[in-house]
Write a new protein. Structure first.
Length: 570
């Protein structure tokens, strides 16, 4: 019997929407922006490790709606206020169903001494030198209608630095670089001059239906359990305009709770053409992205959250007009289902669209004040179940992590937080016998998986990252140490090497530094300093003779990243 996956997924959608509409009540649908400074939303997640959060929110579908947090108190805050109390009421009618609040003001500044560093910073761009951003706004509630206006402004000095395509490398390397940058809109430098731009930032208009909200938003999204990286959605790029249907709080059912979000949005290009000498110009059209994330917390296993997310991206001018064109999310996962029976061609390729899919899990263990999490994704369909089982590593990537809170000298609400996270986006071993693409780039979409020149998913792009952080924490206060190792785009590197060039020239960054967060009355200070030593910066060595590699003059580089943020909460 032939299974119609499209009909099955439509039935699942109807079932999900029915769950979302189980309860209807009037609540405040204001959100906690993803990455509001570095430590704010993480503070709430930390309370789950302590067993103090009754909301059962997974923190794998963000931004989190404040009403869904059950007014969880912020430890160490002034007078034990919640985050919602940081927003000053500017005006309210006697019934309380209409009000206007002032949102916190956030000012960020950063400097990179030698070359760009930093991710998960929204509209802030990849740049050397000085950069600053400012955001503020208001939140209005008019009955069930919630309006959040929180624009952002960014300025970057954006001085020159050596880029990959300019580096003194061989012809084979130049060819591989040219091929890569014609399949991705991720310029290393945004233009040749200083950069300044205002955008909608964390703004939205939503209709509150109790446990679910529908509307239009420009807010940054984060799907999945990762702390430093997430495969499909993160706050690395500027937020993009999207229609959304999402849960406000977990939907309780006899078998457990559910959270979900479905979006359809618009991705923009950077406007930066490939560097001189590269083959193709960018296809000048915006892209339509559709996505879904779904999280399930089984009733029988406390603290366990299971989920998946999926996105499709295509050029708007090449879309059809049917429901399946706007929401291909509910199509089958097997690639053979897209085959045209008459021409034996892959009809998805004919649509010039790309899909990414991942499965993830997070397990809270409050009895030991710890958690583990994992995300596994594929950048391409498996042909069928046989293919997925035979080569599960094909086009795969993953994020895995562990965190634990250790009481600090038996002091109340003081802990040592230890976190380890591994992110791997380098092509797996099957690349030797089966062509494998580089994550987020695509032969049919010249812009790849980006918005305004920055990766939507993992902020490190197609790189690998291993990091360890240890910090003393108390409420919003944090003093910590961070060590990380980042391997730049090995997919590009291996294509360039291809057995012809010295194989030990991986571009690897070793970073050491610290973080500081401190709150005092109405202010929250955030600071970070990271020193990075780049081995073989831009994959370069001076002596190309493999026999002399260990005595050649390595082309290393050093960078100092300084970041300072200040938030004023009303």
């Amino acid at each position: 019997m032939k299974i119609n996956f499209y009909k099955i997924m439509k039935l699942r959608l109807l079932f999900l929407l029915s769950l979302l509409l189980i309860s209807v009540q009037l609540v405040n649908a204001q959100t906690l922006p993803v990455g509001l400074l570095d430590n704010t939303d993480d503070l709430y997640r930390r309370q789950q490790l302590l067993g103090k959060d009754s909301s059962k929110i997974s923190f794998m579908v963000r931004p989190v709606h404040l009403s869904g947090l059950n007014n969880l108190l912020v430890p160490g805050d002034v007078d034990g206020k919640t985050f919602n109390d940081w927003n000053k009421v500017l005006w309210q009618n006697p019934k309380g169903n209409i009000e206007v609040r002032a949102l916190p003001v956030v000012w960020q500044q950063q400097i990179n001494s030698h070359h760009p560093y930093g991710w998960n910073d929204g509209a802030i761009i990849s740049a050397k030198g000085y950069q600053t951003s400012l955001s503020a706004g208001v939140f209005a509630k008019i009955g069930r209608l919630k309006i959040q206006l929180r624009p952002e402004f960014v300025y970057a000095a954006n001085p020159y630095f050596l880029q990959t395509y300019e580096a003194d490398n061989e012809t084979a390397f130049k060819s591989a670089i040219a091929n890569y940058y014609n399949r991705i809109d991720a310029p290393e430098r945004i233009g040749n001059d200083s950069y300044s731009k205002a955008n909608l930032g964390q703004s939205s208009i939503k209709l509150d239906l109790g446990s679910v909200a529908i509307g239009v938003s420009n807010e940054s999204l984060w799907w999945g359990p990762g702390v430093r990286n997430s495969l499909l959605m993160s706050n690395n790029a500027p937020g993009f305009l999207h229609a959304t249907v999402n849960t406000i709080r977990p939907i309780q059912t006899p078998i457990g709770s559910f959270e979900s979000q479905i979006i359809g949005g618009r991705l923009e290009g950077s406007g930066i053409l490939p560097p001189s000498g590269l083959k193709y110009s960018k296809f000048d059209d915006w892209r339509y992205i559709s996505g879904i994330v779904f999280v399930y917390q089984p009733k029988w296993v406390s603290g366990l959250y299971l989920g998946f997310d999926r996105t499709f991206t295509t050029y708007r001018s090449e879309m059809g007009t049917g429901l399946g064109d706007y929401f291909p999310l509910f199509s089958g996962l097997e690639k053979k289902g897209f085959q045209n029976d008459e021409t034996l061609e892959n009809s998805e390729d004919g649509y010039r669209r790309d899909q990414i899919f991942s499965l993830f899990a997070r397990w809270l263990m409050p009895e030991s004040n710890s958690e583990i999490y994992f995300q596994f994704g594929r950048e391409d369909h498996a042909w069928d179940f046989r293919d997925a089982f035979a080569e599960p590593e094909y086009s795969r990537a993953y994020v895995a992590g562990f965190r634990k809170l250790i009481p600090f000298k038996s002091r109340l609400e003081e802990f040592v937080q230890v976190g380890i996270e591994l992110t791997q986006l380098e092509p797996a071993g099957s690349k030797a016998s089966r062509p494998t693409g580089i994550w987020y780039s695509h032969s049919q979409l010249n812009h790849g998986y980006t918005n305004k020149g920055q990766f939507i998913g993992a902020g490190i792009g197609p790189d690998n990252l291993q990091s360890v952080d240890v910090a003393w924490v108390k409420g919003l206060k944090r003093i910590g140490f961070l060590a990380e190792r980042r391997v730049h785009n090995n997919g590009l590197y291996y294509r360039a090497v291809a057995g012809q060039i010295e194989p030990r020239r991986h571009w690897v960054d070793l970073g050491l530094g610290g973080n500081l967060d401190w709150d005092y009355k109405h202010f929250v200070l955030n600071a970070r300093m990271i020193y990075t030593h780049s081995f073989n910066y831009q994959y370069r060595v001076e002596n190309q003779d493999p026999n002399l590699f260990w005595v050649s003059d390595k082309q290393d580089a050093d960078n100092l990243h300084l970041k300072l943020g200040l938030m004023y909460r009303w």
